[in-house]
Design a protein around this ligand. Structure first.
Ligand code: SIN
Length: 530
């Protein structure tokens, strides 16, 4: 049995920010599935939306966020997160994150702010097109050298230990977590009176995604099994422009490319966004993703094209070095040719329901970053609001938790993990088959455009898959693959159940059977197993 003052699951910007701050007050464990940098944050290209310019204002950022959220944002939460932003940006600058600047007159410099869809002003701070990598690496340097922080890499949380599950009848609360050590195959029992979920989203529940392989919805699935309330899982954001190439998986072409003037075209070089929205290429992300989906279906082509060749080649190479180099490796010179792109699952707007202190409905369990549903994003996230939310909410969780003092959990006996012992490699083929089946059925039936019938089909198939996966789980030795499969099937079912209960189209949830938005659905979809 291990014991820490604070246990953080996940090593993206949210988890690392919290860990670094909490380490001044006690021992911290960061538990992360692969290595530290294997987090969605690392791949974030666009940047951090934050009001830093005199031409901008908190009111405008709040308004843009509410407009994107399509009636489901919590205005108080939006204002709190937007106004906390500049202080968190200052901390990143002190940590050494090199946000790009541009020269104004007399050698003076100011932040070079990017523009993305749905923003009425340039307000996205960036470090060329590798903003997430810069933030992640700066934070990792800080936590890896901190004497109070232990980073358990290649360790995956299995389940949250709760008083309720152990049969205690007092108010339910989090007592700890079971964690698989991948190298030894042992499952550790870790006591944690305060558990911070910062496990990111669930993009990998879909066949095509901009997310790295770790994004399997682990936090939401564990919180659900522990009885915490989960909200708004029907709102999955599809990024309009993922590179389409047989050898490239999951490579994002940042919205910032459109922000700098790139145009969308069909295979014959004709622009099409004028048919869909007055803001053309800078329309809100859901509109652009649906437009591309419709064009692909209409023309029967495999992709559309994003063309930035009208910009000077030097500017493109300087502003987007990562996109330029990566595309070049796949034989596409973006300064001379349009980029083939398709939409792909990108961001989970719902998640573990929390308040503004990041507290979930289960005592002792906190959620920060993409895994959480704070009320910031509503039915559709405004571009580049996610890194902002992750930093602000990590700080808010820290501020809420520290005055309570370190909590090591109630000193009740925590039972050791009991594992099934079958390890039949022949059956692994079933695990991989189920992975593929879930991801394909979610893409085909629960994607950008939905219908009641497709959702019902998905629901029926997922019921069977869940039963199969449960059987594996109880009988087999747990492995990372099996645990991820179990989490994926749980999260897929939460997305489908939430989508089935919303008989309207709003934000990212678009269904051909209920095209109108309805006042009676202007509320969160909240699910709970507890
Ligand atoms: C992008 O660079 O387009 C992604 C930014 C985001 O998802 O917020």
């Amino acid at each position: 049995m291990k014991e820490y003052d604070f246990v953080v699951l996940g090593s993206g910007v949210a988890g690392l920010t919290f860990a670094r701050k909490a380490a001044a007050h006690g021992s911290v464990a960061i538990i992360t599935k692969r290595n530290g940098a294997d987090a969605n944050t690392f791949y974030a290209q666009g940047g951090v939306a934050c009001v830093t310019s005199v031409e901008d204002s908190f009111d405008l950022h709040v308004q843009d966020t509410l407009t994107a959220g399509d009636g489901l944002c919590d205005p108080a939460v939006v204002r709190a997160i937007v106004t906390d932003g500049p202080a968190r940006i200052r901390e990143l600058v002190e940590l050494g994150v090199p946000f790009d600047e541009r020269e104004i007159e007399h050698g003076m410099k100011e932040l070079d702010l990017g523009r993305e869809g749905g923003h009425s002003k340039r307000r996205v701070l960036h470090s060329r097109d590798t903003t997430g990598r810069e933030i992640e690496e700066s934070l990792l340097r800080a936590v890896r050298t901190h004497p109070n922080i232990e980073m358990l890499e290649n360790h995956m949380a299995v389940d949250i230990i709760t008083a309720g599950k152990l049969g205690y009848v007092t108010e339910d609360r989090c007592l700890g977590v079971y964690v698989l050590d991948e190298a030894s195959g042992a499952v550790l029992t870790i006591r944690a009176g305060r558990l911070i979920l910062a496990t990111g989203g669930c993009g990998k529940v879909y066949l095509y995604s901009t997310n790295p392989a770790i994004a399997t919805g682990d936090g939401v699935a564990m919180a659900w099994r522990a009885g915490a309330r989960i909200a708004n899982m029907e709102f999955i954001q599809f990024h309009p422009t993922c590179l389409y190439h047989p050898d490239a998986r999951s490579f994002l072409i940042s919205e910032a490319v459109r922000g700098e003037g790139a145009l969308l075209m069909d295979a014959r070089g004709r622009r099409f966004m004028q048919k869909y929205h007055p803001l053309l290429e800078l329309a809100p992300r859901d509109v652009v993703a649906r437009a591309i989906d419709a064009e692909i279906k209409r023309t029967g082509e495999k992709c559309v094209f994003l063309d930035i060749t009208a910009k000077p080649a030097g500017f493109v190479r300087e502003r987007f070095p990562n996109i330029y180099e990566t595309c070049l490796r796949y034989g596409i010179d973006i300064t001379k040719q349009p980029i083939p792109v398709v939409p792909a699952a990108h961001y989970q707007c719902g998640g573990v329901l929390t308040d503004l202190s990041a507290a979930s409905s289960l005592r002792g369990l906190y959620a920060i970053g993409e895994v959480a549903c704070t009320g910031l994003h509503g039915a559709n996230r405004l571009a580049s609001n996610s890194l902002l939310e992750a930093m602000v909410m990590a700080h808010r969780a820290y501020e809420a938790i520290i005055p309570k003092g370190p909590a090591r959990g109630e000193k009740v006996e925590l039972p050791e993990w009991k594992s099934g012992d079958v390890q039949d490699v022949d059956e692994l083929v079933v695990v991989y088959h189920n992975w593929d089946e879930i991801r394909r059925l979610m893409w085909d039936y629960v994607g950008i455009v939905r219908t009641d019938k497709r959702l019902q089909r998905a629901s029926a198939r997922l019921r069977n898959l869940r039963a199969e996966v449960q059987e594996f789980y109880w009988n087999f030795k747990v492995t990372t693959d099996l645990l991820e499969l179990r989490n994926l099937v749980t999260v897929a079912a939460l997305i489908v159940d939430s989508a089935l209960s919303r008989k309207e189209s709003r934000g990212l949830h678009y269904t051909l059977d209920h095209l109108a938005k309805e006042d009676k659905y202007a509320r969160d979809t909240v699910l709970s197993a507890g």
